[in-house]
Design a protein around this ligand. Structure first.
Ligand SMILES: [Zn+2]
Length: 120
């Protein structure tokens, strides 16, 4: 049985939390737009797993913009500190440390990270 809060692309599955949608009072109409964004995010993440080095930063920026749009459509407080940028493929930023620092915004960025670093 397929779940309406499940987004599937090939073998990848993203299961969204229905409770959050209810709590935020998201309409059926809004859900269509949000699911579309989650699908776009999955496609970007899949591309980031296989893309060449030079495109990682571009995809990383697109991913971040999608997260901002999701935040807005989900009626969450607009705040970049709530976006876990270190979860994207090929990111070498300090994941464990950033999880502990969440949601302070004082996150660590590996300057040599292919996605977020400045030294490459
Ligand atoms: Zn990174």
């Amino acid at each position: 049985m397929s779940n309406k809060y499940e987004i599937k692309i090939e073998e990848k599955v993203l299961l969204l939390n229905e409770t959050v949608f209810d709590r935020q009072k998201i309409s059926e109409y809004e859900k269509v737009a949000i699911f579309k964004l989650y699908k776009e995010r999955m496609i970007i993440e899949m591309a980031m797993e296989t893309t060449c080095y030079n495109d990682l930063k571009v995809y990383g920026n697109i991913w971040f913009d999608i997260e901002r749009k999701i935040q807005e459509l989900m009626k969450f407080q607009k705040n970049d500190n709530f976006i876990k940028f270190w979860t994207v493929p090929n990111c070498s930023c300090q994941k464990e440390e950033n999880e502990k620092l969440f949601p302070t915004g004082n996150y660590k960025v590996n300057s040599f990270c292919s996605v977020h670093g400045q030294n490459n």
